[in-house]
Design a protein around this ligand. Structure first.
Ligand code: FES
Length: 336
């Protein structure tokens, strides 16, 4: 009998190992088994393997790429224990300016529906240390809570600082208070930037611990500033901040696809990747934030406005990241 095909046998993606035409990214199907509102803006989704197949295990700090109902690919941190998961639990914040990510997840998903997802990956793993300081701001609590639960289970020493605007806007607050007791410090700033938590006492003297921080940009900048004198690698950050893919003054342009002979119009408010997707042309993608390199495509003609964080300066004349970059002016010709 043939061995069962693993649900999570996702091939490693090499942007240059594509066949003549771009193939769809290999994704797994997940059923929406639960959806609940944790705060006015934060939602939790429980996703189970459609068909009951096994799910790939993961470690605290991992995230998963999910194709939202709008077709956009977004990455969300996993909250639950991933050692033998029968579900993936994510928490996300519905961003008011969301163009198809968190808004589509909240508005367009229903329990019983299905979503396509990438396998879990981890760019924020917990390392062995004599002790830990976990710092979360807002929705940054998702990977931090997974870490705290694991450390608590393993009896490892840690402290946690959770910052939010108010108690009502702090997801998982009651369960964390019950579980972590005095190891949890909660700070609410009421939306006043001058009322932020004073981290200096925690960072004045470099300690033999690991610090993990996930939250909004001002929080992470503050931690970077107060930990500048700490040994390299002791303080780790999780940053899913997307680059600015579409800006208010962007203009429409055309993308000519040399190999297929098609031309796709890219409107001012869509990325090249989204316009291709709308035209039924699928190109491998993952982060859709210009940071992973998956959508790297050869640029045959035209002048690109590069907005990614991965291309080397010497690559910029010949390649483009379709998820964030655009045309400077006129049309672009792509090797698709
Ligand atoms: S999908 Fe990650 S850089 Fe484009």
């Amino acid at each position: 009998m043939a061995p069962p095909q693993s649900l999570y046998a996702i091939p490693l993606r090499d942007p240059f190992a594509r066949s003549e035409m771009a193939e769809p990214t290999a994704l797994i199907r997940l059923a929406v088994a639960g959806k609940r509102r944790l705060t006015p803006d934060i939602w939790e989704f429980t996703l189970a393997a459609a068909g009951g197949a096994a799910l790939q295990p993961f470690e605290p700090g991992a995230h998963i790429g999910i194709e939202t109902p709008s077709g956009a690919m977004r990455q969300y941190s996993l909250v639950n224990d991933g050692r033998a998961p029968d579900r993936y639990v994510i928490a996300l914040k519905r961003e008011p300016e969301s163009r198809g990510g968190s808004r589509s997840m909240v508005e367009d998903t229903e329990i019983g529906g299905t979503l396509r997802a990438d396998a879990p990956a981890n760019s924020f793993p917990l390392a062995e240390a004599p002790g830990y300081l976990l710092i979360a701001g807002g929705i940054g609590i998702a990977p931090i809570l997974a870490m705290a639960n694991r450390l608590d289970e393993e009896g490892k020493p840690f402290r946690m600082i959770y910052c939010s605007r108010s108690a009502a806007e702090a997801a998982y607050l009651h369960e964390m208070r019950d579980r972590f007791g005095g190891r949890l410090t909660v700070h609410h700033d009421g939306g006043d930037p001058d009322a932020h938590y004073d981290f200096w006492d925690d960072f004045a003297e470099p300690a033999d611990i690991r610090v993990y921080c996930c939250g909004p940009k001002p929080l992470m900048e503050e931690i970077r500033a107060v930990s500048g004198h700490w040994p390299e690698g002791r303080v780790q950050f999780e940053d899913f901040r997307p680059v600015e893919a579409v800006r208010p003054d962007d203009r429409p342009f055309e993308a000519a696809l040399r190999r297929s002979g098609r031309t796709v119009a890219v409107p001012a408010d869509l990325t090249i990747l989204e316009a291709l997707r709308g035209a039924g042309i699928r190109v491998p993608s993952s982060c859709e934030s210009g940071v992973c390199g998956t959508c790297k495509t050869r640029l045959l003609a035209g002048e690109a406005d590069h907005r990614d964080r991965v291309l080397m300066p010497e690559e910029r004349a010949d390649f483009i990241m379709l998820c964030v970059s655009r045309a400077q002016s006129g049309a672009l010709t792509l090797d698709l």
